[in-house]
Design a binder for this molecule. Sequence first.
Ligand code: PLP
Length: 395
Amino acid sequence: MQINRNFLELKDNYLFAAVGAKYRAFCKAHPEKDVIKLSVGDVTRPLAPCVISAMHRAVEEMAHAETFKGYGPDETCFGYPALIESIRGHYARRGVQIAAKEIFISDGAKSDLGNLLDLFSAENVVLIPDPVYPVYADTNIMAGRKIVFADANESNGFLPMPDGGVKADIIYLCSPNNPTGAVYDRAQLKAWVDYANRTGAVILYDAAYESFIRDDLPRSIFEIEGARGCAIEVCSFSKTAGFTGVRCGFSVVPQTLSRGGADLNRLWARRQITKFNGTSYITQMGAAAVFTEEGEKEISRNLDYYRGNAKIMTECLDGLKIPYTGGRNSPYIWMKCPNGMSSWAFFDYVLENACVVGTPGCGFGKNGEGYYRLTAFSTHEKTEEACRRITELLK
Ligand code: PLP
């Protein structure tokens, strides 16, 4: 038998493993030291009270034969109407009309980002920003696709724009970006949409961090005219509402999106009904509570908490006159390592001298070398203390 040899092309998941190994080794060698982790992209605030109540109610329904639920409704690929309608409302409040049949509930953005590739031939060329969330490259390496990288660097504000000389069939955009925190504005997204419509490419738009946007910037690619003809949006409740452990997300595949004579919405429905059996009813009811009036108020308290952490960190970097992107419309702060240090040299320096752990930027792509990512997902107390130590070290 033959295995999928493309898997052998993957690099070891060396970044987070190496960060974890260095962290553990340091803690073992210095058990007396209080090491603060600002490296993990996982949330720390608990679920909002209305989400908890909705999940409790759903558990109670599961306890009685009259209200018990088995598999979800197959006409919407197992998404319950309450959740689909709440997502439609979330878009409509921003002037974007999405049909119920265009929303596909998932167990999170990561699964869909990988699974959507089932719709496309392995012959397609993929365009991926560098640096970015490593899942885009790895899932395409597994499928044996050719990858072209779009350089994101200081000169383009970490927001690469279309290059007429590059031929790509699938284009990933991540805005707000992980790890740089950079966010595309409307004119920039319009340029990508026009490019994709002109060339016949499909944009896979990762909006996992859209809820962190507070300036007048697009939170969905469907705010851009023409996007319904070229884009799929992948979204998540993970960072918006603390669902990293609960697991719920959704993708929007427009019914107006066709390629190679095929309707991608129908293909995706066919794929999901074949390979997926839905997200649990209890989870979906919790997620449906997020986009209610009460839910929006409650989650904004958590988002403001993380924004407060981002402010503490950006003020610290401003004080040190260290260049960075992100922090205002994203939970990530992407700082330039001082004195031309490499990502790993700076990581070691800060760990050893300030007992703070960030993420070396080089793990997100070659353009990440010389950068370092901090996250706003810790507590105020730890963030303040980490910044005090970093200031002391670098001032
Ligand atoms: N997209 C980006 C850019 C992310 O950073 C993450 C998680 O860190 C995800 C998607 C995955 O989100 P989920 O928890 O919904 O799978």
